[in-house]
Design a protein around this ligand. Structure first.
Ligand code: ADP
Length: 260
């Protein structure tokens, strides 16, 4: 069932029992599943299910820059392509990348760049392709989180992972990890991302109405949530190597279809 039809949002975003419409407490994240190494043709990749969001990220690089004029002689460049599939939302989305996708691609690139050593790769590019298969609020945060995992899976040297989540205000209450309905019908949305090597925010956006105190409290809530998501990222990265160690990893096929 689609989650929102014709923009008819519920009047209340909390149930009688004080839970959110999807049964969560105010500080509870949606269920999250992560896996790395899911796209065999990429240098690194990851897949994330976060609530109803389903997102793939694939990384290529360092490699030659096309078009060549974008190459920089002093450092490598990071190019992020965030896209939503035509079937990722209730109404068919036009396939051409719109302004929103270009903006989100730029934001994710800005979030990730601080953790990379681009100065070590002059004249080359790292490209991160993000495909949102199913979207239900918070895709920029989920995409940033899965893109960082794919970069790590590619073996790209990084100062740390990057993790992202949105906090917000619905029916006057501060909550963590807004769903699509909460994002649209709520009062405020505050996506943020953390670079763990310096514990700084590399993303802070804001949309809606909040007092300064509420923004402070939201950032405290976000920090707790970010730590939980970070632990999941580390577990997903380790799992690939534990599976190899225990011999339970899927064998990779070579170009002739045989096992390597
Ligand atoms: P984010 O996904 O980061 O929260 P937005 O706030 O722009 O970004 O979008 C909120 C949600 O609105 C998305 O997650 C998606 O479910 C929905 N959405 C975004 N773009 C479209 C679109 N073109 N058509 C229908 N729904 C959309």
């Amino acid at each position: 069932m689609p989650l929102v039809i014709n923009d008819e949002y519920p009047k209340k975003l909390f149930r009688e029992d004080g839970k959110r419409l999807d049964g969560r407490d105010k500080t509870e994240l949606r269920p999250i599943k992560m896996e790395v190494g899911v796209v065999k043709n990429a240098d690194g990749s990851a897949y994330l299910e976060w609530g109803n969001n389903k997102i793939f990220a694939a990384v290529y690089g360092p490699r030659d820059v096309h078009p060549h004029h974008l190459a920089r002689p002093d450092k490598g460049i990071l190019r992020v392509f965030y896209r939503m599939t035509t079937f990722s939302v209730f109404e068919r989305k036009r396939p051409a990348p719109g302004r929103r996708e270009k903006e989100i691609s730029m934001i994710i690139s800005d979030c990730l760049e601080p953790v990379l050593f681009l100065e070590l790769y002059p004249g080359t590019s790292f490209e991160v392709f993000i495909e949102v298969i199913d979207a239900d609020g918070g895709t920029r945060c989920a995409s940033t989180t899965v893109a960082a995992l794919a970069l790590a899976d590619a073996g790209v040297p990084m100062k740390s992972l990057v993790t992202s989540v949105a906090c917000g205000k619905i029916d006057g209450e501060l909550v963590v990890d807004l769903s699509g309905i909460e994002d649209k019908a709520g009062e405020a949305d505050l996506p943020c991302a953390m670079t763990w090597f310096n514990n700084e925010l590399s993303l802070l956006q804001f949309d809606g109405d909040m007092t300064l105190e509420e923004i402070d409290s939201s950032l405290d809530l976000a920090t707790e949530a970010l730590k939980k998501i970070y632990d999941m990222q580390v577990t997903a990265l380790k799992k690939k190597y534990l599976d190899i160690q225990e011999g339970t990893a899927q064998p990779e096929s070579n170009e002739n279809g045989g096992e390597e």
